[in-house]
Structure formats: structure tokens, C-alpha cells
Ligand binder design. Structure first.
Ligand SMILES: [Zn+2]
Length: 608
């Protein structure tokens, strides 16, 4: 089949910038306090350029209500009740430096555009975005990868809940500046994609303003195997890139097989599929899903898909899943197809009656859907057009990556009508002089930074390389300035913290980490106490100041050490020596202490 030989990969990487929001002066960080909520129903109008975008139309047909949680770091700009303020200067500077580091041509005139977004993730119904620079490259071990553009845009609202025709979003993330870097589709394979993402990430992170929280970097992977570009959004971790690409390859191979087999039957195109209301056949059904739909006033519809028998779900064939993903976007869970029936409480007898009514032959498949009458028409149009599109191997669409590396259908690929000018933001003029000055801030190449980190902080070059390539350089620098044991800091951020966060399934926010290391520095904590404090913060969901007061963390100070030793020496001076003093202090107290410091105290005492 050779789909793999036609692989083309491009990346779009988004980095949050931490200084403040892009078009107001709200901070990027917030405690998760809820001020109030409000609702909006998105109505996609034709854009100011005339026609209505396909993706927008699709979202509108889903007719979702959005509810917004106003956080402390949101204002009238996020509520879409006030025009945008001036562009955040630091975010712009970060985007310019990243552009120069990626060898791009910076544009002298920067225009913000409105990109239509109707899924509710923007209160205004659009996202503001501007191209900052174009035509660059980044060096990799397998040659240069071309950068098509560097953009500056506002992040969307954060989805909290989704279901029952309603989406709930928090405004805490809305408006955070994002630097978006798009490559040409010149990436060779999965590993090259990871290397490219790391190389690009390095330059953005090294420009100094990138945010250090978990979801601060998000990748979209664009992949094509010769049957149209698939844009996979929301790839959260670099390590997921290969899995997402290989999932997409096997999905497309499977669709290719289905397409070939179904065209042998000439099936799907032989006649236009008819939709029948079969609710009455299931009034007494044992299927919980069907029954609860009937009770809710929904109807059950069936349609015969000619030539699709055995192709809905057979081995790795997944046409059934493709359709289930589609209807789930409309909030519909009750979809069954003939390859999985009888099952789900639907009996052989019911199936036989249905097949007979639907005139199903062995070559055919039958689809059964429970949904509100109001949705049925648009739903079947979507299903039939999606099936026709997939069977013709027109695989262009936008998908979303799940945490396990699988992907699911999100929406059709947005058309060209998606953008129109943002007239509320003045054109930004970037002089050659400004560009010239910014060149001084372009970060060193990655190798030079690794050796610098290794030298300045006394880390092995391997550790320094991990710190730099996992975008933890700024974090190392900040925490080491507060707590002057860079080796312990490095071990903590590379190993201890990720392990603890995995164990407890929650994260320590950056400002709390900063506070923890401030306390650790002031109290000169040993590694064990620092690690114990992080453990307590995560296990109890506590603040650093709260855990610092815990008994088991109260590390002995110098005076306390001296007092204990004076006592020990007084009681049995002859038995106390340099070799056993640490053990004896341990025996005397249950509290942690710094052994090196204790030894120093001991020496000062025994000199006297
Ligand atoms: Zn604001």
C-alpha cells in the first residue's frame, strides 16, 4: 500500500508567554477563584468577507450553549464587553526574538486578524492573531526544517466541562499570549518531528518569557499520507507525537482498505440511503440506551448502507468509530451498527425484524441512531457526507489527540473565509532599528547553552542537556537563585517533582514552587526536607507556608544543633567523637538536620 512512503509532517507549536494577557493587563496566573458566570449562545453569521465558513457552519449546527466562569484574572476585555487594549509589549518582544532566532524575516507592519471560532472557546466568537515573521528555518541533525510563519495570538478559554448541549469554559486562560510557530511539511518522520519540536521549543524558551506550567506548550501535528492534510490538535507532550502519527497512519490504511472493498461492491453510491423511524419496533426493548432515549422523547432512526456490510467494524476497520466520533460531537451517544449487533441489550429477534424491515442483505450494513427529531435531519446529512468523503479518501479534517495517542474527529478543516481584519487593534510598525536591537537578545545555539548550564551550575552535560531540551532552563535558573544548591534543584525538577506529581495526580503551580524554594533557601533545608515538603504539598493539597510549619519538616537550626551537642558532650564527652556525633544527634532528636552543618558545629565546639 505504501501510505507511509508518502508521509509529510508539519508542526504548529504554541507557546504561552507569561508576562500578562495580550490585549488587557490581566495577569496570566490566577488562583482559581470564580467571580461569577454568564452564558452565550454562539451564532455564526456570515463573516464580513461574505460567505460562511464550513467549520463555523458545522459548529453552529451543533447549536451549543456556552457558559463562562469569570476568574480573577479576567476583565471586560475577556467578557467581550470592551475593545482590546494595546498589545502587550513583552509578548511582542518575545515573538520578535523567537522569530529572529528561527532565522525568519520579521514583517515591518503587523496586522491583527479575527479568526472565526464558534465552538464557544472565545467569548467574542473569534481569536485575534497576527503574523509576526515568515520564511525561516531551524537546524536539525537531518537538515534544515523550513519555518513558514511565527504568529502572535490569544489563547482560548479553558474547557471545564462538556456535555448535554452545553460547554463550560473558564476565562483564566482566555487572552494569554501565544507564540505560534508553523513549519513547512518538510519533516521526515516521527522522530524528526520530536527533534524539530525540541529545537524550536529551545529558542522560544530561551527567549525568556515562556510560561513554565504544564499546558504551556501545545503542539498541533499536520500529517498527510497523500489523501489530504489532517490537522491533529492538542498534542500535549512531545513524546506523544510518534504515537499520534502512527495511529493516524493505521487509521488511514484501514480507511483505504474499506474504501477499496466498498468500491468492489459499488455499494454506497448505488442508491441514496433512506432514513426510517423505527421507534415503534423498540418500545419493549431491553437496551437501556434505546429505552432511555424513547422515554426522553427522542426517536430511533435506521438507515441501510449498501455495500458496507462487515466494513463498520471488522478487524481494524473502523468506519463505525468514525461515525460514532461524529455523532458524539452533537451530544449523541446512542449509535449502533450491524457489525456490533445483536449486543448492547438489543436481541437477535429485534435484529432479525430490523434487518427484514430495512431489506439488509449480507453485503449491507444498517445504522441505528437514537436522537431528538430536531437533530435527525442534520445528523444524517453529516453522516452520509462524512462517509462519502471518507470512502473517496478525502481525509482532510481537523482531529484532536487523546492522552493515549489516539485521535478523534473534531471538525471539518476550516476554509479560507475564516479570517477577517481586526479593526480595533492598530497596525504595529516594527522598524529595522528595533529588529537590529532585538538581535542582541537572540539566544545562543542549544549546544552552547548546554555547556554553559553545565559549567555554571556544576551539572553533568547529560543533566544539563535534559534541562535545556525539556525547557526547564528558566526554572533551574529561578529556583537556583532562591535555593543555592543547583544539583539538588536539578534533581528535584527533573526527577522528584514529576514522580510525586504522577503519584498524587496533581501539580504544584509555578508560584507555589517559587515560594517553596524561597522557604527552602531561608531555612537552608536539606534535600530530604525539601522533598518531604513537596510530598506534603501534593498529598494534602497544601500551600508551602502551611507545610513549612509541619513538625516533621522543622529542620534543626544551628543554635538548636549546638544546644543538643553541648548536652551530649556534657553527659558523656569521652564517648563522643567525630565518627559517632551525627548518629548520636540523630538518636537525640526526631527532627531532620543538615549533617555537614552539624559537623561544622561539632568542630567549633570541640576546638574550644
Ligand atoms: Zn482582562
Amino acid at each position: 500500500m505504501g501510505l507511509r512512503s508518502r508521509i509529510k509532517i508539519g508542526l504548529e507549536i504554541h507557546f504561552q508567554v507569561s508576562d500578562g494577557k495580550l490585549f488587557c493587563r490581566c495577569p496570566t496566573e490566577t488562583s482559581s477563584n470564580e467571580l461569577f458566570r454568564f452564558e452565550r449562545r454562539m451564532i455564526a453569521t456570515t463573516s464580513e468577507m461574505g460567505s460562511m465558513d464550513r467549520a463555523a457552519k458545522y459548529e453552529m449546527e451543533r447549536n451549543l450553549l456556552s457558559e463562562y466562569v469569570a476568574s480573577e484574572n479576567s476583565c471586560l476585555v475577556e467578557y467581550d464587553e470592551e475593545p482590546p487594549h494595546e498589545v502587550d509589549r513583552k509578548a511582542l518582544k518575545a515573538a520578535l526574538i523567537a522569530s529572529l532566532a528561527l532565522n525568519c524575516k520579521v514583517l515591518n507592519n503587523i496586522f491583527f486578524m479575527r479568526k472565526v471560532v464558534v465552538d464557544g472557546s472565545n467569548t467574542s466568537g473569534f481569536q485575534r492573531t497576527a503574523i509576526i515573521a515568515i520564511n525561516g528555518w531551524v537546524a536539525t541533525s537531518r537538515g534544515k526544517v523550513r519555518i513558514s510563519s511565527v504568529s502572535l495570538e490569544e489563547d482560548s478559554a479553558r474547557l471545564l466541562e462538556n456535555g448535554d448541549g452545553r460547554s463550560i469554559y473558564s476565562l483564566d486562560r482566555l487572552g494569554i499570549p501565544l507564540i505560534e510557530i508553523a513549519t513547512e511539511p518538510g519533516i521526515i518522520d516521527e522522530l524528526h518531528a520530536v527533534e524539530t519540536a525540541k529545537a524550536i521549543g529551545y529558542f522560544v524558551q530561551a527567549s525568556g518569557f515562556s510560561r513554565m506550567t504544564v499546558d504551556a506548550i501545545r503542539q498541533d501535528v499536520n500529517v498527510s499520507f497523500g489523501y489530504g492534510r489532517v490537522e491533529i490538535k492538542g498534542v500535549q507532550k512531545l513524546s506523544l507525537i510518534p504515537e499520534v502519527i502512527s495511529y493516524e497512519l493505521s487509521r488511514q490504511e484501514s480507511l483505504h482498505d474499506i474504501s477499496e472493498k466498498s468500491s468492489q461492491y459499488l455499494g454506497f453510491y448505488r442508491e441514496e440511503p433512506q432514513v426510517h423511524d423505527v421507534t415503534d419496533m423498540f418500545r419493549e426493548t431491553g437496551s437501556k440506551i434505546l429505552l432511555s432515549n424513547i422515554r426522553a422523547g427522542n426517536r430511533i432512526y435506521a438507515t441501510t448502507l449498501r455495500g458496507m456490510g462487515g466494513l463498520m467494524k471488522s478487524g481494524k476497520y473502523r468506519m463505525g468509530k468514525e461515525l460514532a466520533d461524529l455523532v458524539r460531537r452533537y451530544g449523541i451517544k446512542g449509535l449502533f451498527h450491524s457489525d456490533e449487533l445483536p449486543g448492547y441489550g438489543i436481541t437477535q429477534e429485534e435484529v432479525d425484524r430490523l434487518w427484514s424491515k430495512m431489506k439488509k442483505t449480507d453485503e449491507d450494513a444498517v445504522l441505528l441512531i437514537a436522537c431528538p427529531t430536531s437533530l435527525s435531519e442534520v445528523l444524517f446529512i453529516e453522516i452520509f457526507s462524512r462517509m462519502a468523503k471518507l470512502l473517496q479518501m478525502d481525509l482532510t479534517e481537523t482531529r484532536f489527540a487523546a492522552d493515549d495517542g489516539s485521535t478523534f474527529f473534531l471538525r471539518p478543516m476550516p476554509g479560507r473565509e475564516r479570517m477577517y481584519p481586526e479593526t480595533d487593534v492598530p497596525i504595529l510598525r516594527i522598524s529595522d532599528e528595533t529588529i537590529h536591537v532585538m538581535r542582541n537578545d537572540v539566544p545562543l545555539p542549544m549546544e552552547e547553552t548546554i555547556s554553559m548550564i553545565s559549567r555554571d551550575y556544576g551539572l553533568s552535560s547529560q543533566d544539563a542537556s535534559v534541562i535545556v531540551s525539556t525547557f526547564r532552563k528558566a526554572q533551574l535558573e529561578e529556583l537556583s537563585s532562591l535555593y543555592k544548591h543547583p544539583k539538588i534543584v536539578a534533581r528535584f525538577i527533573m526527577q522528584t517533582l514529576p514522580e510525586l506529581e504522577k503519584k498524587y495526580g496533581r501539580k504544584i503551580e509555578q508560584h507555589k514552587l517559587t515560594r517553596l524554594f524561597t522557604i527552602a533557601g531561608e531555612k537552608n533545608w536539606i534535600r530530604e526536607v525539601l522533598e518531604k515538603a513537596a510530598d506534603l504539598m501534593l498529598s494534602g493539597g497544601l500551600d508551602p507556608d502551611a507545610v513549612a510549619g509541619e513538625e516533621e519538616l522543622s529542620q534543626l537550626g544551628e543554635d538548636e544543633l549546638r544546644n543538643i551537642m553541648v548536652k551530649l558532650l556534657a553527659s558523656s564527652e569521652s564517648e563522643t567523637n567525630e565518627r559517632n556525633i551525627i548518629a548520636r544527634v540523630k538518636k537525640e532528636t526526631g527532627r531532620p538536620f543538615d549533617a555537614a552543618q552539624a559537623m561544622k558545629v561539632y568542630k567549633s565546639l570541640s576546638k574550644v
